[in-house]
Design a protein around this ligand. Structure first.
Ligand code: SF4
Ligand code: SF4
Length: 248
């Protein structure tokens, strides 16, 4: 919407979309090309009746200014500006529950298409992707370096205020509680379970080969550096271990 046709609200608070410098057409085409050329795209978008069943069953549509029908229509009609605008905020409202995919009479997967758009937003280092992922840097560090998403020592009153009074239950002596679990690999508080050195090193290869580490470099270079150091140390440790075992 242009400023000449601004609503009363936009006259007071401005219009972040219209106020933004327009993106060159070639860049918009490049972004769409990245979405469309993904192998999953043709499996997830077969056409669209614009029936709205996906939006009617979408939990996120009930709470946010978000509609999977709108997202699918933007992609189906190749509305490049609309796709780019949706990638600034709306795509991050999806909960990835895939109720839409189960209900769409055309066999589309709006949630899957949103996932593709998110990956492309990350690839292009969009500000929206950086803002959404910033609060999760500690989780990303843990996940990429150990394969664990959360560890017991990350659960605290401060980190999870929305847990309400129940969070006091995790204030118990964690070391003692974990050692009481009969499974020895769970006797750790820095990871959810003990991760074998070989498994960690194999995991790093997967992150690299699937482009996860490169995506991280675009989104958060500092976190990338920290994780790279951890990976190098673990790989050295694994080589030393192999040498000690007389392996190649
Ligand atoms: S349910 Fe399927 S066909 Fe209907 S609007 Fe959503 S994506 Fe389009
Ligand atoms: S996957 Fe996303 S778009 Fe689909 S129903 Fe769930 S929240 Fe809505």
């Amino acid at each position: 919407m242009t400023q000449e046709h601004a609503t009363r609200v936009q006259e007071h608070i401005g219009d972040p979309v219209s106020a933004r410098a327009p993106l060159e057409r070639t860049k918009l085409e490049e972004i769409f090309q990245d979405i469309q050329s993904d192998l999953r795209f043709d499996h997830q978008l077969n056409g669209c009746l614009n029936c709205g069943i996906c939006t009617a069953t979408c939990p996120s549509a009930h709470y946010y200014d978000y509609s999977p029908r709108e997202i699918v229509q933007l992609l189906w009609t190749e509305n490049l500006e609309g796709i780019y605008d949706a990638m600034q905020e709306k795509i991050w409202a999806c909960a990835q529950c895939y109720t839409c995919a189960a209900r769409c009479p055309f066999g589309n997967s709006p949630g899957g298409l949103v996932m593709l758009m998110r990956e492309v937003a990350i690839k292009h280092g969009m500000e929206s992707a950086k803002n959404v992922l910033r609060p999760f840097s500690r989780v990303m560090l843990k996940l990429i370096s150990t394969g664990n998403q959360l560890s017991p020592d990350m659960i605290s009153r401060d980190a999870f205020p929305d847990w309400g009074p129940n969070v006091s239950k995790v204030d118990a002596p964690l070391d003692t509680l974990r050692k009481a679990i009969p499974v020895p690999t769970l006797h750790t508080t820095k990871t959810a379970w003990e991760v074998n050195l070989k498994t960690s090193v194999e995991l790093y290869t997967i992150w690299e080969e699937t482009g996860v580490t490169n995506s991280l470099k675009t989104i958060d270079p500092n976190l990338f550096d920290v994780i790279q150091d951890i990976m190098d140390d673990k790989r050295d440790e694994y080589s030393d271990w192999q040498e000690a075992q007389g392996e190649d």
